[in-house]
Design a protein around this ligand. Structure first.
Ligand SMILES: Cc1cc2nc3c(=O)[nH]c(=O)nc-3n(C[C@H](O)[C@H](O)[C@H](O)COP(=O)(O)OP(=O)(O)OC[C@H]3O[C@@H](n4cnc5c(N)ncnc54)[C@H](O)[C@@H]3O)c2cc1C
Length: 498
């Protein structure tokens, strides 16, 4: 292929060298390739909700990418400022003729890309973008479904079953590819184009320590280990170092979120698992596709109001309850808590990742399970604190588990927090780790310490109401009240549909 172009490859998500079709295109069609990343702080804060813990994970990913590019003989050029202005300036200074990137699905990314495409086209720069964050192109899925968003999993499967299966990953970009398109090395690269410290995003180093390290190499290492782990998707593994009955999963979503791992490569790797586990894993991955397709077209996807697929529910307003839910992790003596929900919230804020089943538990508790508060509050908290916090997936899952969208009726099966904890943490290791003030509480009362006789509380050196706050709601009562509300909504909808 003739190498005619001077190309900028713009890394946004897709922070990887393997299966990166846009980068591969750049290095095979160009006489010079500048790999860039743009720190556009206000945009990232507003649209991508980069909290300190997420930003630190991102910085790991960028450092790892820079290391990978060093091995190819080049570096990552980190530019700072408004993306459109930065690109215009860089392209002009470096006589760029082509720009490449991996496409994103969400509306706000697409709007930004359209704006930037117009600007660079006016500069006679060609643009080439490739699908890379999802297995299926959301536009193609919708076109295949007659121009409609598939809003149930059945409809989604019917649609994709008629489409081409995800293709094979493209070759990893290496030094061999970069050999003929290296930009001239810049002597003071680190001061001009180095990866900024966390303060550049307006954060101080997070107080909490995520146990997850970002980056492509780490992602591939985790993937390899998980594909060889016989405890994957069983109840016998350790989750985040703690023995529970929670199904042992891959923990790859943070890496998928930043594109350190290619979804197509992940999909392909699932073949290495025993057949029944390939089906489980791919089934999960299809949920991700489902939410991405919806988020690509629905305005206000992260909100109830103005969101055309979201059921409008008359949620309560209760600032104290919301605060209590959010602050499950705070001060041992003065933060209202409700085991086991509180301990999960502590884990969220300190580690930036919680197990799917625990996400569901705290989501249910906040909304139709217990507190009957709007899911938007939860989605905001999750999007900010989860290192895999993702616009499409997070809002999609919140709507899914509250029955706000994608379902004909709201489910009547709501969470009983005590039974829940007994089922998933039968030996109490998880609860004792994240609620250390309950560490001496006998298992019988561990998940409902307020029921422990005074004597038992004294022996366990924890007094409910003093060392461990009393429940904020009577969970049996609220559950049955909420069930009534759910039945009313379901009934009124079925009457109005007739
Ligand atoms: C309230 C709530 C909010 C959520 N917010 C997010 C979010 O912001 N980002 C995010 O990536 N996931 C989110 N999830 C989905 C799910 O919890 C995570 O994807 C999963 O826990 C990640 O762990 P894993 O990589 O070990 O998953 P695995 O079970 O190993 O699954 C492999 C991959 O499949 C996808 N996946 C798994 N479960 C789901 C699911 N239920 N829906 C859609 N895709 C799934 C993920 O990409 C995941 O990496 C949320 C779930 C709930 C209930």
């Amino acid at each position: 292929m003739e190498r005619t172009h001077r190309t900028v490859h713009w890394f946004r998500k897709g922070l990887r060298l393997h299966d990166n079709e846009a980068l591969y295109h750049a290095v095979t069609t160009s006489q010079v390739v500048f790999p860039i990343y743009i720190v556009d702080v206000s945009w990232q804060k507003e649209k991508e909700k980069f909290s300190a813990i997420k930003t630190r994970f991102l910085i790991d990913c960028l450092k790892d990418l820079d290391e990978g590019l060093k091995k190819c003989g080049t570096r990552l050029y980190v530019l700072t400022g408004d993306a459109t202005q930065v690109i215009k300036k860089f392209c002009k200074e470096n006589e760029i003729t082509q720009m490449t990137w991996m496409k994103d699905a969400e509306i706000f990314y697409r709007e930004r890309d359209e704006e930037i495409t117009k600007v660079v086209h006016r500069m006679e720069i060609k643009t080439k973008s490739f699908l890379g964050h999802t297995l299926y192109d959301p536009d193609e899925v919708i076109a295949k479904n007659g121009g409609k968003i598939p809003l149930t999993m059945e409809e989604f499967y019917e649609t994709i079953n008629d489409m081409e299966q995800p293709g094979a990953p493209c070759p990893t970009v290496t030094a061999k590819h970069f050999k003929n398109c290296l930009p001239r090395a810049v002597e003071n690269h680190d001061s001009l184009y180095g990866i900024p410290k966390i303060a550049a995003w307006g954060h101080s180093a997070p107080r909490s320590l995520t146990i997850y390290k970002g980056g492509e190499r780490q992602a591939l290492k985790v993937l390899k280990a998980k594909m060889a782990d016989s405890t994957l998707f069983t109840l016998n593994g350790f989750n985040q170092g703690v023995k529970t009955k929670l199904p042992h999963t891959t923990y790859l979503s943070p890496y998928q979120n930043y594109g350190c791992i290619s979804t197509r490569f992940f999909w392909k790797s699932a073949e290495k698992l025993p057949a029944e586990k390939t089906i489980i894993l791919r089934g999960q991955m299809i949920y991700r596709e489902f939410f991405y397709v919806a988020a690509s077209q629905v305005n206000n996807f992260t909100k109830m109001t103005g969101n055309r697929i979201c059921r409008q529910i008359d949620w309560y307003e209760n600032a104290d309850h919301l605060k209590a839910w959010k602050e499950g992790k705070t001060g041992l003596k003065n933060g209202p808590k409700f085991s086991p929900v509180s301990l999960v919230m502590r884990q969220l804020v300190t580690e930036g990742f919680i197990h799917h089943i625990n996400r569901w538990a705290v989501a249910s508790f906040l909304t139709n399970g217990q507190l009957w508060l709007n899911w938007e509050h939860g989605q905001q908290m999750f999007e900010e604190h989860q290192i895999d916090g993702d616009y499409a997936m997070n809002a999609g899952c919140w709507m899914w588990c509250t029955g706000s969208a994608f379902k004909e009726k709201i489910s009547e099966s709501t969470l009983d927090p005590v039974k829940f904890a007994r089922r998933w943490d039968p030996e109490g290791h998880f609860t004792r780790k994240y609620c250390p003030e309950l560490k001496n509480m006998p298992l019988k009362y561990l998940f409902c310490p307020w029921e422990a006789p005074e004597n038992t509380q004294r022996h366990a050196r924890v007094q409910v109401g003093i060392d461990y706050p009393a429940p904020i709601v009577d969970y049996k009562k609220t559950r049955s009240q909420n069930l009534e509300q759910i039945r009313k909504i379901n009934l009124s909808e079925s009457i109005s549909a007739q």
